[in-house]
Design a binder for this molecule. Sequence first.
Ligand SMILES: C[S@@+](CC[C@H](N)C(=O)[O-])C[C@H]1O[C@@H](n2cnc3c(N)ncnc32)[C@H](O)[C@@H]1O
Length: 350
Amino acid sequence: MTTTETGSTEKMDLRAALIERIGGYMTSHSIGVAAELGLADLLGDGVRGSEELAAASGTHEPSLRRLLRTLTAVGITVEPEAGRFALTEVGSQLRSDSPDSLRAFSRMFCHPVVLRAWLGLEHSVTTGERAFDHVYGKDFYSYLAEDGRTSELFNEAMSEESRIAAERLAAGYDFSGFEKVVDLGGGDGTLLAAVLPDRPRLRGVVFDSPSGVAEAPATLERAGIADRCEARAGDFFRDIPADGDLYVIKSVFQDWGDEASRALLRSCRARIPDTATLLIVGSVLPETASTDEPIMFFTDLNMLVNSGGRERTEREFRAMLEETGFTVRSVRLGAAGPLSVIEAVPGAPR
Ligand SMILES: C[S@@+](CC[C@H](N)C(=O)[O-])C[C@H]1O[C@@H](n2cnc3c(N)ncnc32)[C@H](O)[C@@H]1O
């Protein structure tokens, strides 16, 4: 190959690299539609023809086939023979019956409610304001409180996203010195459903807003812990339960800006016992961005658009906790699967 040809190949690769990224929204849309139509459930473990899939999903075969080819191009399906498709390992996570299912998560984050808010990204970047409120005239959680179906989908999506982190926390954190865990903003109870079953003396409270906690009783029932774990509705800015000795806040702070996050920590400081322990489970951003963990940066931008919150670095978490009357005992990066665990206690260093 001549130098000129090498140079032109590199140029083509560079162009393709950018064009592929520009098409990112087409990827999310395609995955969202596949999840909505239940294509992964129809594919199951098998190889199926596009005609059979179109008949089962009530879709237009030539168009469905084009969708499936695009999904193949991004590694969700394979096309071993022309017009016949099967799931890849990545794509299998779109099956509703997979223990690692991310189907509700895909439906939620490719949902028109979220995608419309993302159309306001430029507004957010220009003004620093939440695009969601700009588009809908209300904030994300008020929207969910008024839209039961989307709220249910969001709770299910959070539960799917949480499962691995909850299992890692359950396996890796020493709960032995505690009697009652309160999961603040605990959603449908997925975290305590992972922690409590193997610890018969530990009790729990899933605390969330009325719409957030709506599915928790069923989760606790399914996990066989309903007799020692209750679902309580309330507002964590105002009435945090005072009867726990371990308080977990998982994937919550990224929803809130600095002022609200400090208000939440002050609310915890004022209500939790002085001898209690606070565990913050969530992403901890590195000081500089790179391609290593793109999801954290997607989440951060998603928070700018939808909730007005942000992901934070270890330095920022430490400063916020210290300012609000907590002492950080440890920061364990990646201790809960993709998430980190920050352990803090009320008051000055003990
Ligand atoms: C991103 S979700 C995380 C849910 C769960 N902790 C998890 O990791 O899957 C944030 C949770 O905070 C809850 N939340 C928001 N505002 C709240 C408030 N004022 N009081 C109690 N919970 C609230 C939401 O309902 C939602 O369940």
